[in-house]
Design a protein around this ligand. Structure first.
Ligand code: SF4
Length: 441
């Protein structure tokens, strides 16, 4: 089979990254190799994200740029995948004749067949969110970016319907991969030298809840902990309402589970949390933080914050700032609210003006900057375990890796290769990373 080339432009979250890795695996089997030069590609794919503002316009403007390659060579195929494809698939096909196929969030495995149809002159659309189209198919053939740390999807979709979020509409209802399939994938990864896995899903804590035969999330953690050769386990994202005592206990007792947790709070105000349909209160959240800190000393907590949600008053916002201080996060991701079509929050009254939302976003980021720097500086003089991921792109002869708390470390000294676990003495705490030197390898 003659090798063809695919240019894949990927946007968005870790689930999209994992889908892109799976897609490259599926296409590899179909005879494609990846290129980062769209001008030499036989196939151009956009794996889209609906979370970003003006996501749809972005897709059409990207298509406008990329279709010039098809205009030069009509044999080039163009496909659109991911969350915007799921939400706007019909519109994309109707409005952009250069697009040959559109596959939604569970359509990765269908792409080779859609390519075949396109070569025969047929445009196609795959938007099913039904479970029988197992989105985990061919997952073990993924072509991964890292040779050390792998993303492993365990649950797709979401049943929570937070009022601002499009995910339940574009990724469908929760569907958990069978534990045996995940275990097999993780064993294979460990056998190929992967040291770390991150279990991913919109809400990993819901894993297995819908099936009596399957493990629950805690059972899955215990199962994967036994995999020989695997050194570290992480997972993301955890919904605060579903983070159970048993998962906290598993994190405390299973040494391969890293002392790091991303627990998106979104707001510190009960009123805003209720309007967001988050299903927990400020005090529920802070109690879980306390439980985590008691059970797992030194745990690094990170979060997401939305500012400027409709109706967010100055007092509500102050509650968010005070929660950030109280929870003492290691890092956070903050976003300014913007309405997403079809969500409940789109219809909420009382919008927060742009200037106020911008000021609040800056205040959250400034506060967190201080907290992160303080925490990084407190690590100076300590020795931490680092999983070596690769060369430091900025300093030749130095390495880059992550601590168990998921902090990036740039370091020199010692003879190491990617995949090694080394002890590094921290010399500097910077705003976004740590620097140090190897003390053992
Ligand atoms: S838990 Fe809420 S924010 Fe997360 S994916 Fe589901 S609906 Fe969206």
């Amino acid at each position: 089979m003659k090798t063809k080339t695919v240019y894949l432009k990927n946007f968005g979250c870790q689930m999209n990254n994992a889908d892109a890795e799976q897609l490259l695996g599926v296409l590899h089997r179909a005879g494609y190799r990846a290129t980062d030069r769209p001008e030499e590609a036989d196939l151009i794919l956009l794996n889209t994200c609906a979370i970003r503002e003006k996501a749809e316009q972005k897709v059409f403007s990207d298509l406008g740029r990329l279709k010039v390659f098809k205009a030069k060579d009509p044999g080039v195929l163009i496909g659109v995948l991911g969350c915007v494809a799921q939400a706007e698939g019909k519109k994309i096909l109707a409005r952009e004749p250069a697009v040959d196929f559109v596959a939604g969030t569970r359509g990765t495995a269908e792409v080779p067949e859609m390519i075949r149809k396109a070569r025969a002159g047929e445009r196609s659309l795959f938007l099913s969110l039904e479970d029988e189209f197992d989105p985990g198919r061919f997952r073990n053939e993924s072509i991964r970016e890292s040779r050390v740390a792998a993303l492993v999807p365990i649950i797709y979709g979401c049943d929570n319907f937070c009022s601002y979020c499009v995910v339940p509409y574009v990724r469908g209802r929760e569907w958990s991969r069978p534990a045996a399939e995940i275990l097999q994938e993780v064993r294979e990864l460990a056998g190929r030298g992967y040291k770390e896995i991150t279990l991913i899903g919109q809400n990993v804590n819901s894993y297995g809840k819908k099936s009596k035969e399957n493990e629950d999330f805690c059972g899955l953690l215990h199962l994967l902990h036994e995999v020989n050769g695997l050194e570290r386990i992480r997972f993301v994202t955890s919904h605060p309402k579903d983070l159970s005592r048993s998962v906290i206990a598993a994190m405390a007792s299973l040494h391969k589970i890293c002392e790091a947790l991303h627990l998106p709070v979104q707001s510190g105000s009960d009123r805003v949390l209720r309007d967001m349909n988050r299903g927990y209160s400020r005090s529920d959240y802070l109690k879980k933080v306390e439980r985590l800190r008691e059970a797992i000393p030194g745990i690094a907590l990170t979060t997401d914050i939305i500012v400027g949600f409709p109706g967010e008053s100055e007092a509500d916002f102050e509650e968010t700032l005070s929660l950030i201080r109280e929870a003492d996060f290691d890092r956070l991701f903050a976003f300014r609210f913007s309405p997403r079509a079809g969500t409940a929050a789109e219809k909420l009254p009382d919008p927060v003006d742009e200037e106020t939302a911008g000021r609040r976003l800056a205040a959250v980021l400034d506060l967190q900057k201080e907290q992160t720097l303080r925490k990084h500086q407190a690590l100076v003089g300590t020795t931490v375990e680092v999983l070596v991921e690769g060369a430091n792109p900025k300093v030749s002869g130095e390495w880059m890796g992550r601590t168990r708390a998921n902090k990036i470390v740039h370091f020199g000294g010692g003879r190491t290769v990617p995949g090694d676990l080394v002890d590094v003495r921290i010399e500097k705490g910077l705003p976004n990373c740590l620097t140090g030197r190897v003390v053992s390898s």
